[in-house]
Design a binder for this molecule. Sequence first.
Ligand code: HEC
Length: 277
Amino acid sequence: MKKLQLLLRWVLLSLFVVLPAAAAGGDPSTEIALIFTVSFMVFVIATLMYIIGVMNTNIDPIADLYFRIKHYVIPPPSEVAPDVGHVYDDITELDNRIPPWFNYLFVGTILFAFVYMLDYHVFGVSNLPEAEYIEEVVAANLQKKIMLASGGTINENALVALKDDASLKEGAENFQKFCVSCHGPQAGGLVGPNLTDEFWIHGGGIKNVYTTIKKGVPAKGMISWELVFTQKQMQNLGSYVLSLQGTNPPGGKAPEGTKYVEPAVAAAADTTAQKSL
Ligand code: HEC
């Protein structure tokens, strides 16, 4: 009866291994699943033929081995731990078996290592760190190219506050979507400070405001937005924020930081900067 169970398990196990592999084999990009399925089938058939032909369907040795391994991992409940022969303060030392969960873990690490080796080193399905890094760099370069092609980049060294309607409108839209939760619908401030007064914690003027938006103030809860927006979008946001100067929305927060005065030199530099964009 036990032997029959064992055979049944063997067949079930093969089904569990072969079916998912066969399903994955449908993916044209990977022939590995197919190779794996076929090798496994060959192995199963060879084993069965060996059992039938060579062992005359006598699977006792296999069953023995199986139960010996099984009992090593999970000691049969009837087993009594042998006495080591040491008694301390009336406490007897028994040679208890290693607990099953530990053995499972141990065998698990071996299986994992095996799968890992096949995956990373034999078939090369998953990328090693170096290849992974290169892939990321390639992806980033591609993204950069797309950004450049989409006109999303600007010359950050020659920033100017834009005044045209289209830029301010886009800035306003993004502000309504991403910033009002902390700065209020009219930028009067909620968790974040009032952005409509002349006082700035991180400096006023387009350059400072742009940098604050780009880098964020993570320590205070404002994330860095450079992965969310293109440079142009951040310029539009900054320009929009600055266009709100002096609007004094109702319920606005008290000024924070220091009063910002635009340096005269920077203003002059800005006019020439426009050309280099
Ligand atoms: C999760 C809340 C949160 C969101 C969302 C947020 N901010 Fe902020 N922001 C803050 C906080 C808090 C500060 C103040 C940081 C400090 O005290 O140093 C701040 C500061 C600023 C400052 C500098 C203010 C100063 O006084 O120097 C600017 C400019 C700014 N945010 C713009 C934006 C823009 C534009 C957006 C949307 C893209 C945005 N913030 C989204 C929380 C937020």
